[in-house]
Design a protein around this ligand. Structure first.
Ligand code: BGC
Length: 927
């Protein structure tokens, strides 16, 4: 029976009973109740498990975690539903799973509401094992669901002994003397014959810097710029492909093409990747494993029997670009009919010293193709294509013309007044300026030629083309949007178009800065600056399914940490940026990203895995940078508004130091490390006292010279004693008034300010600041035509930086109203607290959490405030609705507190607060 019906029935019956006390009504009611109770206990569960994931990924093939965690979402048409128990079956074959035989793991009925991150505890997982799994659940009434649709994961090669393949390269080049302008990318091939029908086939591959894999003439998979960048002397990622359908009985050819990527950066730039300790000629490791129907195996492993030759890519560099000479194409090079007698034998090399590890994040892909909005010809023969928006990726060229014609494409995000490309800002730190963000294609002269680069990417809105044979049109060039294929899990929209525009720009900058690791900008640097990630992680977690990608980056951080505990400013690095690096706030990114994954996705493992490294880092700061609790070293409030007084670096750094100690004490508590709880909370208290002593001026009653950034940081990080809060807020408000309701802050101050305002009942003021259309502010950028977020408030330098993007997280939290509970992680408990600022008529925020869809959509009507809420099964929400009293609020047409799944909790100032169980709700509050 549906509880809604039950509750309504009860209400109705109660009413009738009160009116007449009629015996027959009672008899009828109890009879009905009996029938309904009987039905309730016999039917199927009201919940259904869907969206099964393993380690955040759908059906991952080739993982190397031996204790993978399984998660599912529960769907229900009923309100107030929960999982009371589950049963997981993991089987070694599809058939076994189908006949409900969990030969690898059968949990039996586990009484638990846990539906995310259930760790596998079945039979030991070995390399190559294919694990088929499904789950069924018991709902809150103890009724059992059907089994879910089957899902799977497959183990990769978990031991180094599994690798028969060797690292191979092309002929040795004296590449240190080579200026790097001519070395072409190698092509590899290996022919093999299969004499029996194939049951399954896999390719395990890594190629540094980047590889493309081919089987029988066709590219395998749609990954590009693969594998993701890591510190190659510590960890190298390999990828597993299911190639069962790509191979056939008879002759087959496996082929690969390699690019330099970050493995062999020859060009010089400020961050010294040309001196990276791992730097070497591109190298490949590939192991094709074929299992025949009769159970026997054949392994084709890269070794000196593979052939190699120079390919048509004559030059490729991650920051500069790619040159492709179509005249050098070897037609059919990766097919079975090709004669490779003239090719060289591949050379077995040591390869990178890093350990091979499975790539367990979404790959980089071409996500979208844009048609240019305009083509202009600012100078004779120079054509500028405008993609209409700033993106990360490259262009695809379609051209026909005489053999040997060289078409050059330069990429940038600004134009000179004369309409030609202006690359000055983004090429600032690179030595080879004339080659920066430049691709070239040399025509074969055969028919219509379509080409795009493979081993580089650019940040751009405009592509300037020279050398094109004839006059190109929009059909000759398209924009390929390329980034880590993070699935969108968020949506924010409201009645203020400026905010919608800022949200769109933020999303573009976020993904435009995610290529296997979070970057600062997709052109000038492509560096994994920790400061930028510190600000952007919450933006990432609200908007994208990014936990797996951040988990990978946390491992990158760990790989970079020496015993001393220090961290470099960019991660991965080729060695640049140590000896204190940038210090705080970037250094806070390590613990903060892990903590955010825990908070947003309920993932404790990241905390466990990095706990010792966090301790080492805090130990390093305490031993090297802190004096009497004060850390003076650091970047300060990076990119504060020029001309305003910047927040002193020691204020920001000491605030971050406090934050790190505080978070570590919380993590210690969670992980049950009692001695550490004591140690780090004591440290946090001491830092707080030192901060107060050093930065609070008793004469003016103001912290940190009264800068917006300093005051906001003190408030947001909890450094202000309760009795000083009012004064601090007063000073902050005065400073805001003084700057005519504009920011004076940099990236950290801006994040803190939005939060400090929201947490201290000044959301209207935060709205006013965020809504500014004049300098400095997001609205000023939009007014100047921004399609992504910029590096500087005044618009100088890069035009695709994510570090002022915190505003998107603020949209979800403050405007949309989707918030984390202070205690429970993973949105197990949700706090919906929407804000109806003057000037806003409605807002809609959605976030697909690990438990399912959370939705908060509100609108203001002359007499009503309407709030629609969706809470996933297995969670509860604390919902704040602007109201004078609880009785002024209805849900689904009845008094809210009487509605199924809703109970009144308390009044909180101007809001009625309800506890809401899972389901869809429509609240109306009479104003
Ligand atoms: C990067 C920034 C980064 C900063 C830190 C800049 O060059 O582009 O995003 O945070 O350096 O020093």
């Amino acid at each position: 029976m549906r509880p809604t019906l039950f509750k309504m029935t009860l209400e109705r019956v109660k009413g009738v009973a009160q009116m007449s006390f009629c015996k027959s009504v009672f008899t009828g009611f109890f009879g009905l109740l009996l029938v309904l109770t009987f039905l309730a206990n016999t039917g199927r569960a009201a919940v259904e498990p869907v969206k099964l994931k393993c380690e955040y990924l759908c059906d991952p093939v080739g993982i190397d975690t031996t204790c993978p965690r399984l998660s599912w979402v529960l769907r229900s048409d009923e309100r107030a539903q929960k999982q009371s128990a589950y049963q997981l079956l993991v089987a070694s074959s599809e058939e076994r799973l189908q006949s409900d035989e969990g030969d690898l793991w059968d949990t039996g009925k586990v009484v638990s509401d846990k539906s995310i991150h259930v760790p596998y505890k079945g039979r030991e997982l070995k390399s190559r094992m294919r694990c088929h799994w499904k789950v069924r659940v018991w709902d809150k009434n103890g009724k059992i669901s059907d089994y879910s649709q089957p899902a799977l994961w497959e183990m990769g090669l978990i031991s180094t002994k599994d690798w028969q393949a060797r690292w191979i390269s092309g002929p040795s080049l004296d590449w240190d003397k080579d200026p790097g302008k001519t070395q072409s990318s190698p092509l590899f091939r290996k022919m093999f014959t299969l004499r029996k029908p194939v049951r399954r086939a896999r390719a395990y591959i890594s190629g540094l810097g980047y590889y493309e894999l081919y089987l029988n003439g066709k590219k395998v998979g749609d990954n590009v710029l693969d594998p993701a960048f890591t510190r190659y002397d510590k960890r190298v990622l390999y990828v597993t492909y299911d190639i069962t359908k790509a191979v056939a009985e008879g002759d087959n050819v496996v082929g690969a093409m390699l690019g330099n990527g970050w493995y062999n950066v020859k060009s010089r730039a400020a961050w010294g990747f040309d001196k990276a300790p791992w730097r070497a000629q591109p190298t490949l490791i590939c192991q094709v494993e074929v299992e025949f129907v009769d159970g026997s195996m054949k392994v084709i492993a890269s070794d000196s029997s593979w052939k190699v030759v120079s390919g048509p890519i004559r030059f490729d560099n991650i920051r500069l670009g790619e040159v492709y000479d179509a005249r050098m194409e070897q037609a059919g090079w990766n097919g079975t009919q090709y004669n490779d007698h003239s090719w060289n034998a591949a050379r077995v090399v040591d390869g990178p010293s890093g350990k091979l590890a499975a790539q367990m994040l979404q790959p980089i892909r071409v996500i979208e193709t844009l048609e240019p909005v305009k083509v202009s010809e600012p100078q004779k023969g120079t054509y500028v294509f405008d993609m209409g928006q700033n993106i990360a990726g490259w262009a695809q060229l379609t051209v026909s013309g005489p053999r040997g014609t060289r078409v050059v494409m330069k990429y940038g995000e600004r134009l000179y007044d004369n309409g030609t490309l202006d690359l000055r800002d983004v090429s600032a730190f690179v030595e080879d300026k004339e080659l920066f963000q430049t691709d070239a294609y040399i025509l074969s002269g055969e028919g219509t030629e379509v080409w795009e680069p493979r081993f580089t990417y650019h940040g751009f809105r405009y592509v300037q083309v020279t050398g094109f044979p004839g006059k190109p049109g929009v059909q000759n060039l398209s924009g390929r949007v390329v980034h880590t294929a993070l699935e969108p899990v968020g949506h924010f929209e409201c009645s203020n178009n400026l905010f919608n525009n800022i949200q769109r720009c933020t999303l573009r900058s976020f993904v435009g800065n995610f290529h296997g690791y979070p970057t600062d900008c997709p052109h000038r640097e492509k560096n994994g600056w920790t400061d930028d990630a510190h600000i952007a992680v919450e933006v990432g977690l609200y908007n994208y399914d990014s936990a797996a990608a951040y988990t990978k980056w946390l491992k990158d951080i760990k790989d970079e940490q020496p015993q001393s505990g220090e961290l470099p400013g960019i991660i991965p690095t080729g060695g640049w940026g140590y000896t204190w690096g940038n210090g705080y706030p970037g250094d806070l990114a390590y613990i903060w990203v892990a903590w955010s994954i825990y908070r947003y996705c309920g993932d404790r493992r990241v905390l466990e895995e990095h706990y010792e490294a966090f301790k080492r880092h805090l130990g390093f700061i305490t031993g090297n940078q802190a004096t009497d609790g004060i850390v003076s070293y650091g970047l300060g409030d990076w990119n504060s508004v020029k001309g305003s007084t910047p927040t002193p670096a020691p204020v920001i750094s000491t605030g971050c130091y406090y934050r790190e100690a505080f978070l570590l004490s919380k993590i210690a508590e969670l992980l049950g490390k009692d001695d550490d709880v004591q140690l780090y909370s004591q440290l946090a208290t001491e830092i707080k006292q030192a901060f107060d002593k050093k930065f609070f001026n008793p004469e003016t009653s103001v912290y940190a010279d009264g800068t917006q950034g300093g005051l906001s940081l003190a408030l947001h990080y909890g450094l202000v004693e309760p009795e000083k809060k009012r004064g601090t807020m007063k000073a902050l408000l005065a400073s805001i008034e003084n700057s005519k309701y504009h920011l004076t802050t940099g990236i950290t101050g801006t994040m803190c300010l939005l939060n400090a305002m929201t947490d201290n009942s000044q959301i209207g003021l935060a709205y006013r600041i965020a809504n500014q259309k004049t300098f400095p502010g997001w609205g000023y950028w939009i007014d100047q035509g921004a399609t992504t977020l910029w590096e500087q408030w005044d618009g100088t330098e890069s035009r695709n930086h994510i570090m002022f993007g915190y505003i998107s997280a603020w949209f979800y939290k403050a405007i949309g109203g989707i918030n984390l509970d202070r205690k429970e992680a993973g949105f197990k408990k949700i706090v919906i607290r929407p804000f109806g600022a003057n000037g806003l008529a409605w807002a809609r925020a959605e976030h697909r959490s690990m438990y399912g869809l959370i939705r908060s959509a509100w609108q203001k009507k002359p007499d009503n405030f309407i709030l629609e809420v969706t809470t996933p099964v297995n969670t509860t929400a604390i919902v704040h609705i602007p109201a004078k009293t609880a009785r002024a609020v209805t849900e689904g047409g009845m008094l809210a507190e009487k509605s199924l799944g809703v109970s009144f909790l308390r009044m909180d100032g101007e809001a009625a607060v309800f506890v809401v169980e899972s389901g869809d709700y429509s609240f109306v509050s009479r104003q």
